[in-house]
Structure formats: structure tokens, C-alpha cells
Design a protein around this ligand. Structure first.
Ligand code: HEC
Length: 164
């Protein structure tokens, strides 16, 4: 009985996490281990994580990225299993198709892009979402400074479990 309960719990968890990261799906035991948000990491761990990112993100200013992410965090969570809010949870967003986070209702226009999110797409998107995808429900004014976008994308990579 106890074993069955655990199996069912694991299956439910796997189902809840399905679609989280299509390119490399680790076994359920690993998926269950939450990665700490960059804000909870030590400076040494942050620098280590930063060094694994592709250029130019490996040279980003993570402190600035974190402060710029405050503009996003009113609508988005990054951690694995984090809730959808006004915007969808963003864990595993790099390499994933636009508009597929389970349990979140996207605009038709975003789903219709057929995009797969990579750093360049996200850069364009957060410059001015309503220009990138007219009719989107992401009512965010945009980050006009390219350095701010690079920094926040590096923060997103670390916070969403980006795998090079
Ligand atoms: C006012 C709320 C709000 C803010 C602020 C906001 N977003 Fe969003 N975001 C949304 C909504 C709503 C959507 C869904 C858009 C749609 O369906 O058209 C979205 C979608 C996204 C997506 C696509 C996710 C997917 O699964 O396809 C990404 C990536 C994203 N936002 C990143 C960001 C980043 C990075 C910031 C900060 C620089 C930010 N957002 C700020 C509300 C917000």
C-alpha cells in the first residue's frame, strides 16, 4: 500500500512536470530536487553558474539581472514547480516552444508564433512584447537597454535551469 502510494505520488509529480524540459528530461528523482533561485545562491555558486553560460551571458552582471528581474517577478516565477501567476512559470523556458506551460492560458497570438525560446528570441520579446507579438497579453513596457536585457537573460538562464 505504502509503496503504491509513493508510486502514484511520483507519477503525479512526473505528470505535473511533463513538458517542463523537453530536450533533456531527467528521471523523476532529479526533477523533484528544486534548484535554488539565483537570489538564494552564494556569490561563489553564482559565479560558477555564470561561467557555464554561453557568451555574452557568461560576462553578465547578475546583480543587475536580479534587480531587473524584479520587474518580471510580479507576473512570473522561475523555480521548478513554481505557480503560474499573471504570466506562466518560466522554469525550463529555454529550448521550449512558446505557449506550452501546463495549466496556463496563453493568448492565441503567442501560441501561433511557433517559436522556440532561445536567448535571442527572449531578447527581442522583452525589448517590447507588444511589438514582438502584437496582441500578446504580456503587458510589459519592455527593457530598452541591451545590457539590462543581457543581464536579466543570464539571471533567467540560471533561475530556470538552462542547460548549455
Ligand atoms: C504584467 C505582467 C508581466 C510582466 C511584468 C512580465 N510578463 Fe512575461 N508574460 C506575461 C504574460 C501574461 C505572458 C503570456 C503572454 C501571452 O500569452 O500572450 C507572458 C509570457 C512570457 C514568456 C513566454 C513564456 C512561454 O511559456 O511561452 C516569457 C519568456 C516571459 N513572459 C518573460 C518575461 C520576462 C523576462 C519579463 C521581465 C523582463 C516579463 N516576462 C515580464 C506577463 C508578464
Amino acid at each position: 500500500m505504502r509503496h503504491l502510494g509513493l508510486t502514484l505520488a511520483a507519477a503525479a509529480l512526473a505528470a505535473a512536470l511533463a513538458g517542463c524540459n523537453k530536450t533533456a528530461t531527467p528521471p523523476p528523482a532529479e526533477q523533484a530536487a528544486p534548484s535554488p533561485p539565483p537570489s538564494a545562491m552564494s556569490d561563489v555558486d553564482k559565479q560558477k553558474a555564470l561561467a557555464t553560460l554561453p557568451a555574452p551571458y557568461n560576462a553578465a552582471d547578475l546583480a543587475n539581472g536580479e534587480s531587473k528581474f524584479a520587474l518580471c517577478s510580479t507576473c512570473h516565477t522561475l523555480a521548478q514547480g513554481g505557480p503560474n501567476m499573471t504570466g506562466p512559470n518560466l522554469h525550463g523556458v529555454f529550448g521550449r516552444k512558446a505557449g506550452v506551460t501546463p495549466g496556463y492560458t496563453y493568448s492565441d497570438v503567442l501560441k501561433a508564433t511557433g517559436w522556440t525560446w532561445d536567448a535571442a528570441r527572449i531578447d527581442t520579446w522583452i525589448t517590447d512584447p507588444k511589438v514582438a507579438v502584437p496582441g500578446t497579453k504580456m503587458t510589459f513596457v519592455g527593457l530598452k537597454d541591451p545590457k539590462d536585457r543581457t543581464d536579466v537573460i543570464a539571471y533567467l538562464m540560471i533561475g530556470t535551469g538552462y542547460k548549455p
